[in-house]
Design a protein around this ligand. Structure first.
Ligand code: SF4
Ligand code: F3S
Ligand code: FES
Length: 236
């Protein structure tokens, strides 16, 4: 089928603002949006700039706004975003982060927020001879948050983050959840205090955009509510 790929372009060296450019690509319904964008870069315009690495939904580097919705280009099949006879897809950079060039945004504010929640295991107790054991039930508590690939689809679809970049955002809260509910971690109180700050969980207004955008099907809003309850319990 014939696809019109409409990409929001921006070159800071010559453009004053973003503009749309459209490319025609011959593709199959089973191709991914990443294949189509690669085709544009490799055979039509090598200046097109975007991130991608694993091409298999693992690294989280190719989050883009595809047909107005945050998705991973490597996990999005054409047949899910255009009609079987072909059509147009729009591709834009994710929102709320500065566009450096074309589809490439500055991820530093996103990772600054991630670093704020201390995303590493903390426990000063003497290291045991074997593993630090957990019950299967306690381990299962981390299954959902542990699936996060830090793609930023959630945070950059959150209207609260768009208007207030100081909000840590759903991705950082999911990461905090992963440690707060880890029975082996000893910094729960510190992390809950970070969540209780005015940049933390109370900024969330349960808009649900984040949950709908997550390519890993993580129930983000539910996890945020669990963190809110843990903060309330700590404060009571
Ligand atoms: Fe991406 Fe989901 Fe992690 Fe958010 S929670 S960063 S959408 S994988
Ligand atoms: Fe934003 Fe998700 Fe809360 S979209 S407002 S973080 S439920
Ligand atoms: Fe790695 Fe898409 S390229 S998740």
């Amino acid at each position: 089928m014939n696809i019109n790929v409409k990409i929001l372009r921006f070159n800071p060296e010559k453009d004053k603002k973003q503009h749309w450019e459209t490319y025609q690509v011959e593709a199959n319904g089973g191709d991914r949006v990443l294949d189509v964008i690669n085709h544009v870069k490799w055979y039509i315009d090598p200046t097109l700039t975007f991130r991608r690495s694993c091409a298999h939904g693992i690294c989280g580097s190719d989050a883009m706004l595809i047909n107005g919705r945050n998705r991973l280009a490597c996990k999005t099949l054409l047949q899910d975003v255009v009609k079987s006879g072909g059509g147009t897809i729009t591709v834009e950079p994710i929102r709320g982060l500065k566009v450096e060039k074309d589809l490439l945004v500055d991820m530093e504010p996103f990772f600054d927020a991630y670093r704020m929640i201390m995303p590493y295991f903390i426990n000063e107790d003497a290291v045991p001879a074997g593993e630090r054991l957990q019950s299967p039930e306690d381990a299962a508590r981390l299954d959902q948050s542990g699936n996060c690939i830090l793609c930023a689809c959630c945070t950059t679809s959150c209207p609260i983050f768009w208007v207030n970049g100081s909000y840590l955002g759903p991705a950082s809260i999911v990461q905090a959840h992963r440690f707060i509910f880890d029975t082996r971690d000893a910094a729960t109180e510190q992390r809950l205090n970070i969540m209780n700050q005015n940049t933390g969980v109370w900024r969330c207004r349960t808009a649900y955009n984040c949950t709908e955008a997550c390519p890993r099907d993580i129930p983000i809003t539910q996890l945020i509510e669990e963190v809110k309850r843990a903060v309330m319990y700590q404060q009571s």
